[in-house]
Design a protein around this ligand. Structure first.
Ligand SMILES: Nc1nc2c(ncn2[C@@H]2O[C@H](COP(=O)(O)OP(=O)(O)OP(=O)(O)O)[C@@H](O)[C@H]2O)c(=O)[nH]1
Length: 340
């Protein structure tokens, strides 16, 4: 009997919307499903795969570039082949696109796969409820991304009031009346909603692009990609950082920075502590790492933005290194932005 095809879900969404948070949520709440993961990060250090490592058995990761720009499906196929083959027993494969990926191209790559063991399982678009309007005004392509989604997660609803939520819901439903829309905090969604996304039988009413158009349109090179404008700067140091100087850097970020993610080691008193660090726009969040979690033994950050002066960014980060003993109460600066 033919082996059942494994649905491949594409998870997309602009920088910092909550894609890795969703992936982690799914991996912690598998309901018995076996999940394979393909992670694509924009910077040269694959922070996202570090943040899901340890929770998943089957993972393929691609950093330093955007998967959506693979010229043909063979790159994607090579990754899918590692997860989906005659002997694999996965129930679903989740592809986490970089925050700058073009979902249309991602769908094209998956739907066009020649791997007989997989089938395209739908596009889940994670939307940052706080940043959506600003990002959309800056990048009107985001409207197309919403229009293509099978399921839209309005994430970070804990950070907006009910009027803003109503407006956002109206805007998203206006852009895509056919998608299911689910509001979430920390991307906590019932996994059954995602794994059950039906295969698209063909063009549906309201759909903007048919599968054929996705597969065979050749305008990709004329079409601007979000990541044409963005660049990533990597910073690493073995030396511990001064918490207050680091927070000052984060509160006064260099021009053009939109997103910072990675791990920081900060010193205060006699202790050196490691945190995951995320900034999205001017929102700063430090997350304590859990005991036993595998974390790098140095500070590793990826700074993403437009028109960045890479040397200046690295210089300012290097200026955060603690050069003399730091008092214990300096850590309050970090605690102001630490998730409880
Ligand atoms: N307040 C709040 N924060 C959230 C929520 N979901 C995610 N975050 C935080 O937002 C930040 C970015 O989340 P990620 O899951 O890393 O976002 P991402 O889309 O994977 O980011 P990129 O890979 O850089 O595009 C992290 O600090 C998360 O903890 C939410 O619902 N509410």
């Amino acid at each position: 009997m033919a082996k059942k095809q494994i649905p491949v879900l594409v998870v997309a969404g602009f920088l910092g919307a909550g894609k890795t948070t969703l992936l982690n949520h799914l991996l912690r709440n598998t309901r018995g499903a076996r999940i394979g993961v393909i992670v694509n990060d924009f910077g040269s250090v694959d922070i996202d795969s570090m943040m899901v490592a340890g929770q998943v058995d089957s993972m393929v990761s691609l950093s330093n570039g955007c998967l959506c720009c693979a010229v043909d499906v063979s790159d994607m196929d090579a990754m899918l082949d590692r997860l989906a083959n005659r002997s694999s027993d996965l129930d679903v494969i989740v592809v986490e696109a970089s925050g700058l990926a073009e979902p249309r191209n991602m769908i094209r790559l998956v739907a066009g796969s020649e791997n007989p063991f997989v089938t395209y399982g739908g596009l889940v678009l994670v939307v940052d409820a706080v940043e959506f309007e600003v990002s959309r005004a800056r990048h009107p392509e985001i409207e197309q991304h919403v229009a293509l989604a099978d399921l839209v997660l309005l994430n970070k609803t804990d950070r907006i009031d009910s009027d803003a939520h109503d407006d956002l819901l109206g805007a998203v439903c206006g852009l895509n009346p056919r998608a299911a829309v689910v509001s979430t905090e920390h991307a906590r969604i019932d996994p059954a909603l995602l794994f059950d996304i039906p295969e698209r039988p063909g063009p549906q009413p309201g759909e903007q692009l048919t599968l054929d158009q996705l597969l065979y349109s050749d305008d990709d090179h004329d079409h601007p990609h979000l990541h044409d404008d963005y660049e990533a700067v990597t910073f690493e140091t073995q030396d511990a950082l001064h918490p207050r100087v680091l927070v000052d850097f984060l509160e006064n970020q260099p021009a053009g920075v939109f997103r910072i993610k990675g791990y920081v080691r900060v010193a205060a008193g006699l202790r050196v502590s490691t945190y995951r660090l995320h900034t999205v726009g001017d929102h700063i969040r430090f997350e304590p790492v859990s005991r036993g979690e595998k974390v790098p033994d140095c500070t590793t950050l990826v700074v993403i933005g437009t028109d960045l002066d890479a040397d200046a960014v690295r210089e300012r980060l290097a200026g955060c290194v603690a050069t003399e003993p730091v008092s214990g109460d300096a850590m309050y600066a970090v605690h102001r932005f630490t998730a409880r």
